[in-house]
Design a protein around this ligand. Sequence first.
Ligand code: FAS
Ligand code: PHB
Length: 389
Amino acid sequence: MRTQVAIIGGGPSGLLLSQLLNRAGIATVVLERQSRDYVLSRIRAGVLEEGLAGLLREAGAGARMDRDGIVHHGCYLASNGKKFRVDFRAASGKSVMVYGQTELTKDLYAAQDAIGATVLHGAEDVALHDLTTDAPCVTWKDQNGQHRLECDFIAGCDGFHGVSRQAIPTQIRQNFEKVYPFGWLGVLSRTPPVSDELIYAAHDRGFALASMRNLMLSRSYIQVPLTDRVEDWSDDAFWQEFRARMPEDVATKLVTGPSVEKSIAPLRSFVSEPMRWGQLFLCGDAAHIVPPTGAKGLNLAASDVHYLFEGLSDHYLRRDDRGLERYSERALQRIWKAMRFSWWMTMLLHRFPEHDRYDRRMQNAELTLLQSSDAAQRVMAENYTGLPY
Ligand code: FAS
Ligand code: PHB
């Protein structure tokens, strides 16, 4: 087999890149280890920056998002019972789109099917070869045996646990990592959201987040110790703790219900540099992970895809390689700004076991500053709604 761009990973990064390239007349093959049902069973992000929403429309996969998505012009921050609103629109002129990653991935699969793109599921033992030559290739096996794909370029869109990042020699790679001493226990429930906009709540008992997928599907989170397991938490115990961490006026309105999905996600900040090695380009979680506090993970994958799509289009359509040569440097500039913002929101809103009274006063002072300062709210709003590509 031969193609122009081999894409490892059929999550949001890989599918969005494949869709954009194919619509520009550039041939791709997507190799995904899991089944489509498995990929679509994962519950992950919920907040899209305008940049990602725009890319979905450009890819011809934005119609359902524009019909079913909910535009949010602000969010609430709460601290020990009191909440205040950050008005994104007033502070940054931008908004966010609340639309689940699961739905976005469904839309991308449907768009790929509609244009007859090649997405191969069940690709096992994917391996990357000859990356620093002008004839790289990918091998893998499936129920039909061994396969080899010759290509010009490889996009590593295979997430944090994928093989692409590992294909870059360790003496070349620099990893930057911070692991947080807690996780997020998330519950999806067919209940009306407790608020019209997201509520990020800091509390002495720990962080909580009230989010949503639509007006009858809530996504709720509480900070839990890394030692906790999902089976330690009954639905009732979850709702009792969630209610205790929310402001009283919110807690009294809470409609609880059985969990449709319940999982614990660890929190880490991670960046691997560089994001290019020969003809391999890393994209999305394959290169970086952010704590979900700032809702940046999926949105950073989108800006990587934007830069890589531009570079590959310039190569094939305009015989100009400057975009590819600058890809890693350009993507990392935006990634590190989002890393900072996600780290800042995580440090601000969570309870850290090692924190003393002074640290908690600092958190309270930062929240009070945010509540009272237009300038502070502007910085938060500009980062939360998405810095320019
Ligand atoms: P993904 O990990 O989504 O996709 C990679 C794909 O590659 C997967 O389908 C995988 O099966 C495949 N793959 C892996 N290894 C392979 C191999 N060797 N061969 C072939 N295929 C392979 N972000 C937010 O913004 N907000 C959130 O609330 C949020 N919550 C999250 C919760 C969890 C539990 C996790 C893990 C992540 C969360 N994220 C969140 C981040 C998440 O949304 C990612 O940013 C997003 O999935 C990135 O998309 P991809 O880069 O495509 O990586
Ligand atoms: C979600 O709805 O899953 C969500 C929203 C905002 C975040 C994290 C997760 O910061």
